[in-house]
Design a binder for this molecule. Structure first.
Ligand SMILES: *Cc1c(COP(=O)(O)O)cnc(C)c1O
Length: 354
């Protein structure tokens, strides 16, 4: 595909890595392209970073047709910049698009967009430990009418933001509250799609948990409120009686790339990993009888996030003395080692940017 490049005349000053935080600063450019049923994807270009202009009736503003991805470019010790399993993000975005009746992007084109854009913005990839260049591809329905139907026009945008280390003060286990009122998603709904609407529907429970001193909620399934699904914006794993258990992908859970990578690493190393239904009662039993050894969330932002405390129906349970467990630490070291190029990538997961 042809990508027109219009470079900025006013490159910004790059922030110090100590002030980065998450998603506060943006690079000099953005990629944007348009879709119409008649023309397909067209007008692909990289332009100076700036505001979008939308018709007030644009579909996304009224009916929420929006999907996104989240991935990172990592600066290796040798100075090179690389992506981690980008094809997985490309495929997942197409699955999300299919669910929301948004147009898919041919895999080769999506990879070319990522490659071209990151290559242009490469210098924005910070080098301090734990920092990275966060990439946010997103797509939205953009018909200029209030009629409700599958979209005829869509816009795809890719922006990038240098982000700080998730664990500035070391890896601290988080407190998680099991949510038994609101649900995030139901089977047959959009749980497996990475769409903005899922987040809009999650905010209330997240806010209530925060007010009680918990950092995120652990979602239960939307039908019986019985089975563990995932944590906020992360998948969740438990070590129970020496074996790893993670909820299976039933359609209401986001199929995380970190989840998939953790499972592959663990199985390669001989751990037994069960992808199955896990009820909150079974988890409660394991908490009480001491067989729950470790619990952690996993996602691109944190890689893994140890869970030190779970609260269910007002009762608090401490996990592994509120400390990070061995398997959790090992997964963190292995995945970050591959991502930042400190450990050899034997699985073909990394994608160098030239
Ligand atoms: C993005 C996301 C995850 C984690 O996926 P990764 O590919 O590992 O980053 C988990 N749950 C939800 C709801 C998400 O949006």
């Amino acid at each position: 595909m042809e990508i027109q490049i219009i470079k900025t005349e006013n490159p910004k000053e790059k922030p110090e890595s100590s002030v980065l935080g998450f998603g506060k600063y943006f690079t000099d450019h953005m990629f944007i392209m348009q879709y119409s049923r008649e023309e397909g994807w067209h007008d692909a270009k990289i332009i100076p970073f700036g505001n979008l202009s939308l018709h007030p009736a644009s579909t996304v503003l009224h009916y929420g047709s929006e999907i996104f991805e989240g991935m990172k470019a990592y600066r290796r010790a040798d100075g090179e910049v690389q992506l981690f399993r980008p094809i997985e993000n490309v495929r997942r975005m197409n699955n999300s698009a299919e669910r929301l009746c948004l147009p898919q992007i041919p895999e080769d084109d999506a990879m070319q967009i990522l490659d071209t854009f990151v290559s242009l913005e490469k210098d924005w990839t910070p080098a301090a430990p734990g920092t990275s260049l966060y990439l946010r591809p997103f797509m939205f329905g953009n018909d200029e009418t209030l009629g409700v139907h599958a979209v005829h026009h869509a816009t795809y945008v890719l922006i990038a933001s240098p982000v700080g280390s998730y664990y500035k003060e070391g890896i601290n286990p988080v407190k998680i509250m099991i949510e038994d009122e609101d649900v995030r998603a139901v089977r047959g709904g959009t749980g497996y799609a990475k769409c903005g609407g899922n987040y809009a529907a999650s905010n209330r429970a997240g806010q209530r948990a925060e007010e009680k001193g918990y950092s995120q909620v652990l979602w239960l399934d939307g039908v019986e409120r019985k089975y563990i699904e995932e944590v906020g914006a992360m998948n969740v794993m438990f070590k129970i009686g020496g074996e790893i258990v993670t909820p299976k992908l039933t359609g209401s859970i986001l199929p995380g790339i970190t989840r998939k990578s953790c499972i592959e690493v663990l199985r390669d190393e001989g751990y037994t990993v069960h992808e199955r239904l896990l009820s909150v009662d079974e988890l409660g039993e394991a908490l009480k009888n001491g067989t729950l050894e470790e619990a952690w969330g996993c996602g691109t932002a944190a890689v893994v996030s140890p869970i030190g405390e779970l609260c269910y129906k007002g009762v608090k349970y401490t996990i592994n003395n509120g400390e990070i467990g061995k398997v959790t630490q090992h997964l963190y070291d292995t995945l970050t080692g591959i991502q930042w190029g400190k450990i050899e990538d034997t699985r073909g997961w990394t994608y160098p940017i030239r």
